[in-house]
Write a protein that binds this ligand. Structure first.
Ligand code: ADP
Length: 577
């Protein structure tokens, strides 16, 4: 399953909205460009007049006046153009920055289940490749396109007003230009879309290989992963060749028009002049205007191309906004803090339930350990209890309200999950902790660190809490990173904590010590600990055994041992390890 891609209507609607909300600045910029284009029209017109005047005999003073006017026009044009360009650039940057922020907001609020199902490669490709592809179009394309269109329209109007008969020849290249551009634009979007998709796949493959490098090594999958990357690269190469092929038709086609048009005007103008139906001056001016069109028309074609590429990327970026939320806050307020699971089922893939109707009541303040064989569904159950995914069947409620009906902020203060996967963000230790509580004073950070046995080593770092960690900074061990994740949870201080093997990377003795000091801080909180070390179960108030997607035993450690079921067997074998 891939992330959605916006259709042409949605993409266009978004663009229109963007233009509309910046209407005033855009009109101002367009106005400045009109002024600059008009000033640019003065030169050829004056030159044409000069030719006619000289032919009919004129004074040096008249010539000087005309040259002066031309000089003023050039000066005005330069100044207006500078202001217009500057404003356009600032405008482009502003729009791009706000789009980027908006996109980042969307990405960080994507439902986790969707991201997991779509794979991170696609999302990474959209946040990197696609964003950089629209970057130039938004920054320079929109302003340049405005300039090109304004200049072309005004120049054509000027020639038609000045010498309509001569101007007709200017359009001989038009059929060729239009058919080449149309041919190109018909094929381009699909070809560029395919190109982007090949990059998404390539990204996914490489990210997977890098993330799974240990597995790749352990199973000697290197060759196979290489083969896969080569295949993806091949596809990307073919897609690039196809778009390149399109451009090799477009560019020479457009260039040809620029040769044909001025030559046609010159020949046709010479003919008209010889017939006495046009003056030499008019022909001169129109030829100049035709030359002057070259730049703007090229810009128009170039940016139409760039923008058609960017539109594809934009569709992919806007597509991310179309991901349906996996929950909607209903506004219901829980009557109590008690969490209850009823008939919970969950399927990662349709038709393959990994939980088969789990019932569980968490008693406020209790410590519940979940144990069972690997693959039994413990983590999945933990995610359900923390409201990460809505269950596929049944419900998990807090005080009678389904977890997934609560706004995320509220939910996270009621129940939070820490897994084995944790991330240390680039920044100081303090910043990493304050992700959970922005305003926490240093003293609270230290308390939280002490609760997870981490204060000693943090104090031993060069700058203590202010030490830079994460990529580029001091590297923390996986166990230390796990402690930071747990300290964040202490700061977040939710009513219910779900710990999914959250101390698995510490050595057993340190883990047990940490769990005890954590328990002291968390007294009164409900803790669900998914454990593979049975001392966690031994220390808990109740133990739930999960086997094959069901809770098969539930009760205090001593009772379960006495009952002689699978927990008892597990306990005995663990003790003899
Ligand atoms: P445990 O925590 O007891 O080891 P899990 O809850 O992780 O078990 O997994 C239960 C089952 O769900 C396993 O068969 C596992 O392969 C499957 N599973 C877990 N995560 C995913 C996922 N993201 N996509 C598909 N299947 C998954």
């Amino acid at each position: 399953m891939k992330l959605p891609i916006a259709d042409a209507r949605a993409t266009w609607g978004y663009t229109r909205g963007l233009l509309r909300s910046n209407r005033r600045e855009l009109s101002l910029i367009a106005g400045l460009h009109v002024l600059s284009a008009v000033a640019g029209l003065v030169g050829p017109w004056l030159l044409g007049r000069l030719v006619d005047d000289v032919r009919h005999g004129t004074t040096a003073a008249h010539v000087r006046d005309l040259v002066l006017v031309a000089a003023v026009a050039i000066l005005v044009r330069a100044v207006v153009q500078k202001v217009a360009q500057q404003r356009s650039m600032v405008f482009g940057e502003t729009v791009f920055a706000s789009m980027r922020e908006e996109f980042l907001d969307t990405v960080t609020e994507l439902p986790l289940s969707t991201v997991e199902r779509a794979g991170t490669g696609d999302l990474v490709a959209r946040t990197t490749n696609d964003v950089s592809k629209i970057q130039n179009a938004v920054r320079f394309g929109v302003p340049q396109l405005t300039v090109a269109i304004v200049t072309i329209v005004l120049t054509v109007v000027a020639t038609l007003v000045l010498a309509p008969l001569v101007a007709v020849a200017m359009f001989v290249g038009l059929p060729l230009l239009l058919s080449v551009v149309r041919w190109y634009l018909r094929r381009a979007p699909e070809a560029y879309q395919a190109e982007s998709a090949t990059y998404a796949t390539l990204n996914g493959t490489i990210t997977e290989s890098v993330e799974g490098v240990r597995t790749v090594d352990a199973l000697s999958l290197g060759g196979r992963r290489d083969g896969r990357s080569d295949g993806d690269l091949g596809a990307a190469y073919r897609a690039e060749m196809r778009t390149l092929g399109l451009r090799t038709v477009l560019f020479p086609g457009v260039d040809l028009t620029f040769v044909v048009a001025p030559v046609a005007v010159l020949v046709w103008g010479a003919f008209l002049a010889s017939q006495g139906t046009a003056t030499m001056g008019a022909v001169t001016a129109v030829v100049m205007y035709t030359f002057q069109l070259t730049g703007p028309v090229w810009n128009l074609v170039y940016w139409l191309d760039e923008i058609s590429v960017a539109a594809v990327s934009l569709a992919r970026i806007i597509g991310v906004r179309l991901v349906e939320p996996d929950r909607t806050a209903s506004g219901a307020v829980p009557a109590s803090g008690e969490i209850a699971a009823r008939g919970v089922r969950y399927a990662y893939r349709e038709g393959h339930d990994v939980l088969h109707g789990v019932d569980l009541d968490l008693r406020p303040g209790e410590r519940l350990a979940i144990v069972g064989p690997s693959g039994a569904g413990k983590s999945t159950l933990g995610r359900m209890l923390a409201g990460i995914h809505p269950p596929t069947g049944g419900s998990v409620t807090v005080g009678g309200v389904p977890l997934v009906d609560l706004p995320l902020d509220d939910l996270r203060h009621r129940v939070a999950l820490v897994t084995q996967e944790h991330h240390v963000f680039y920044g100081t230790v303090a910043e990493n902790l304050r992700l959970a509580d922005v305003d926490a004073p240093d003293e609270r950070l230290r308390e939280a660190l002490a609760a997870v046995d981490a204060l000693t080593w943090v104090d031993a770092l060069d700058d203590g809490l202010a030490t830079e960690v994460g990529s580029g900074g001091t590297t923390l061990t996986p166990a230390q990173a796990q402690q930071i994740a747990l300290a964040r949870l202490v700061l977040l201080d939710p009513d219910v904590l779900v710990l999914d093997e959250a101390t698995s990377l510490l050595d057993p003795r340190a883990a047990r010590h940490l769990e005890r000091s954590l328990a002291a801080v968390l007294a009164g909180r409900t803790v669900v600990a998914i454990a593979h070390r049975l001392h966690t179960a031994h220390d808990a108030d109740r133990v739930a055994v999960v086997e094959d997607g069901r809770i098969t035993e539930l009760g205090p450690h001593d009772e379960l041992v006495a009952a002689g079921g699978s927990y008892a067997a597990l306990w005995h074998s663990w003790q003899h390890e």
